[in-house]
Design a protein around this ligand. Structure first.
Ligand code: NAD
Ligand code: ZN
Ligand code: ZN
Length: 348
């Protein structure tokens, strides 16, 4: 089969690899019908995620069709159309038991294994461990182009941004970074009654998208951001400030935008240390949260995608085939000049 293989920082290639196969009785093999690229894949290619080593197949989001089923798998059969989420869960370890499969202990001690610790989804086929407790059946009227964004972007913006930031009715929420994850936070912050949602990005196309996804105000990234957000919030700042980029300066911006008593929810994947101005922050009674998505909100979000309440299909702006993987990465990486958000990648 063919797959996108990581060969060290800045290096990847779509190449021939051994076919994905069942290794454990709890595995299935899925033919990948739709995959996409995450901001985290860009961090990996920058060398920010040391656990990803030469030879690893990238990708942690897929919609596909089950082709082979391990003998212990009860809930899936060949031909089933399934969502392969970014997080794998055994369903039995201490963390799965606590509803925190992000730290499932069974495969390498972390729930994010695809395109990280085991081969990923930017491939013609992928082996899925613990299929019964990890996969989701996709309702017939939900398209692959909608379901793919439930693998990671939507649950991440919702769980690590909106829920961790404890958005409450009437809140003002600032979202730094209007990529798919920031936009997912913007889309779902309304579910908790946010009164104002301020999107901050350097990319004008994504700021336009933010307004379409429910932002009430947009601010272009730059030196004046903190003053502009304060001006929009009676000089106070936001109740909840969500960081969805993953750089020191954007976390510092998010931290500077929050009002006393508010919450900073860091979603971004960081590759270097960040120096926070604790001498100013300690007295503000703010909460800082961070973490890896659990994807446990998928069933809830899937219902809202199915009913039309969450227009997931709006996230996909460009389509490519597997043999155009390099172009797909180029467009996603240079999102501003390409008016791109998420790319949809299919076999042909
Ligand atoms: N915590 C988790 O479980 C988890 C899961 C998935 C993704 N992530 C992380 O979330 C972040 C966002 O992911 P994504 O897929 O939306 O990425 P993305 O690359 O599509 O979006 C990032 C956005 O940040 C904007 N940006 C860049 N510099 C900026 C600046 N200085 N000020 C404001 N905006 C700026 C870009 O224009 C872009 O729109 C990444 O760091 C990704 O690794 C975390
Ligand atoms: Zn991701
Ligand atoms: Zn587990």
């Amino acid at each position: 089969m063919k797959a996108l293989v990581y060969h060290g920082p800045g290096q990847k290639s779509w190449e021939e690899v051994p076919a994905a196969a069942i290794r454990e009785p709890t595995d299935v093999v899925v033919r990948v019908d739709t995959t996409t690229i995450c901001g985290t894949d860009l961090h990996i290619l920058q060398g920010d995620v040391a656990a990803v080593t030469d030879g690893r197949i990238l990708g942690h989001e897929a919609v596909g069709t089950v082709t082979e089923v391990g003998e212990a798998v009860k809930g899936y059969a060949a031909g089933d159309r399934v969502l392969v989420p970014a997080i794998t869960r055994c369903g039995r370890c201490e963390y799965c038991d606590r509803g925190m499969p992000s730290h499932c202990q069974t495969v390498g001690g972390i729930g994010w294994i695809f395109g990280h610790l085991i081969d990923g989804t930017q491939a013609e086929f992928v082996r899925v461990p613990y299929a019964d407790t990890s996969l989701y059946q996709i309702p017939a009227h939900v398209t692959n182009e909608q379901a793919i964004f439930l693998a990671d972007s939507l649950p991440t913006g919702y769980e690590v941004g909106v829920l961790a930031g404890r958005v409450r009715p009437g809140d003002t929420v600032a979202v730094v970074g209007a990529g798919a994850v920031g936009l997912a936070a913007i889309l779902t912050t309304g579910l908790w009654g946010a009164a104002r949602v301020i999107a901050i990005d350097a990319n004008k196309f994504r700021l336009d998208k933010a307004l379409e996804f429910g932002a009430t105000d947009v601010v272009e990234a730059g030196p004046g951001v903190v003053d502009q957000v304060r001006a929009l919030t009676d000089g106070q700042g936001a109740d909840v400030s969500i960081e969805a980029v993953g750089y020191p300066e954007t976390l510092l911006t998010a931290a500077a935008l929050v009002r006393p008593g508010g919450s900073i929810a860091n979603v971004g994947v960081h590759g270097v240390p960040v120096e926070l101005p604790m001498q100013d922050m300690w007295i503000q009674n703010v909460t800082l949260s961070m973490g890896l998505v659990d994807t446990v909100s998928i069933p809830t979000l899937l219902k809202m995608v199915a009913s039309g309440r969450i227009p997931a299909e709006k996230m996909g702006t460009h389509s490519f085939t597997f043999d155009q993987m390099d172009e797909a990465y180029d467009v996603f990486k240079n999102a501003a000049e390409n008016s791109a958000l998420k790319v949809i990648i299919t076999p042909a």
